[in-house]
Design a protein around this ligand. Sequence first.
Ligand code: B12
Ligand code: SF4
Length: 377
Amino acid sequence: MTTSRSLSPELYLQANSENDLKLMHIMREQDQAAVPTDRSFPTVTLLVGPTPFTMPRGWEFFLTSPYEGVTYISTVLHNAGYPVRIVDVRYAVDPMAEALRQILTGTDVLGVATFEDNFPFIRELIDAVKTARPEMPVICGGSLVTSVPEVFMQFTRTDIGVISEGELTILELMESYRLGNWRKGLSKIHGIYYRAGDGSLCKTPPRGQMTTLDFLPRMRLDLWPQAQDPRGLQPQIIASYSRGCKMDCGFCFRTTPQVSYKSSEKLATELAWLKSQYNTNFVFFTDLTFNSSKQRTLDICQVIEDHDLRWTCLTKCANVDPEQMTAMKKAGCDIALFGVESLGAKALQGVRKPPPRTSACGRCTTVSRPGSVSAPC
Ligand code: B12
Ligand code: SF4
């Protein structure tokens, strides 16, 4: 089996430069004491486009639930004093017309969340924005631009592509923009693709991933338009306590491939915040592998149990055991999802997965029984 990485080697670096650490500390301080919104700062509009994704039964809350990535980007900007607006056209009758109507009024900088399935929409939207307002900077981030940056930049009129984790990069980018330094300063901001004055595509050194998620702010879900709706925010949310995965399977794209965690204390603070501010009663934990380490899983379950929540998560069958499943059930987990790609050793080897130690499906069924957690394979 090959030992090289499955994704671009640049995604496996760490954000640990002096500058990264400074930004991480600023982010944490501004979580504790947010800078009051300064109307003289540029207004950032973040766009969430429509998706043809068909929700499986029971996942309907995903249709309108705040996306975690956009929540973090909007939160760090808000905490740094920028006026931020999220334009979410997932369920607009005419998403393109609605997005343009909202973006073209009161936006100084447009940020777009990119996913592979909404590429045609994003491309058309950015084209329309750049035609109507050529001077408006368009910054794209998220999984699509991260996985195929050159292609994405070539086929869209995006000014800046932010690669992988976006919190530190967007803070640095917006400060540079606010101070009028982009012309000379973009080449010094790590983790981006941008266009030089002559239109050629440039790339800066990679940013790398934060090694701990404890510097992240508490999520400000009230920045989403749903919070202004008379029906209010849903009590079900998408959240995570980790990023990345210990494995490196050949077919699996991860925007943040390396594993990083929130501490138990950080998770406890966040769950308390989400419950008290937004009445959250259900969390879909979208950690790629909720149970990547046994002791951590047990610790996290203890934290969740203290907050009286119902929840669902994505788990790795090879890691589960009755003790974990019992702890998960006790902490309010009602569905644990297992990824089973193949039961064939050869097929697994082909995608850089270890051979099955036991029949994966059998294992899921057996271990889920003691805790009575529903475990669809
Ligand atoms: C939860 C989830 C879903 C949910 C919610 C979707 C969502 N958009 O959040 C649902 C079930 C709806 C879903 C559907 C799909 N998903 Co999905 N999903 C995930 C999952 C498990 C977690 C996403 C998440 O919240 N991550 C945590 C946050 C913090 O990270 P993030 O979203 O990457 O955001 C960070 C950066 O990307 C960046 N960033 C993000 N947006 C922006 C915007 C700006 C302006 C900037 C500057 C930065 C920035 O900064 C953020 C903070 O660091 C990921 C796997 C993963 N762990 O990332 C797959 C993943 C994103 N999904 C994937 C896919 C393929 C899909 C579907 C296309 C599936 C399908 N076949 O239909 C659809 C697309 C729907 C859509 N348009 O979103 C792929 C994307 C691959 C790619 N190269 O684009 C992933 C990476 C899984 C995988 N390994 O294949 N998904
Ligand atoms: S174990 Fe799952 S999440 Fe991790 S790399 Fe493999 S397929 Fe992706």
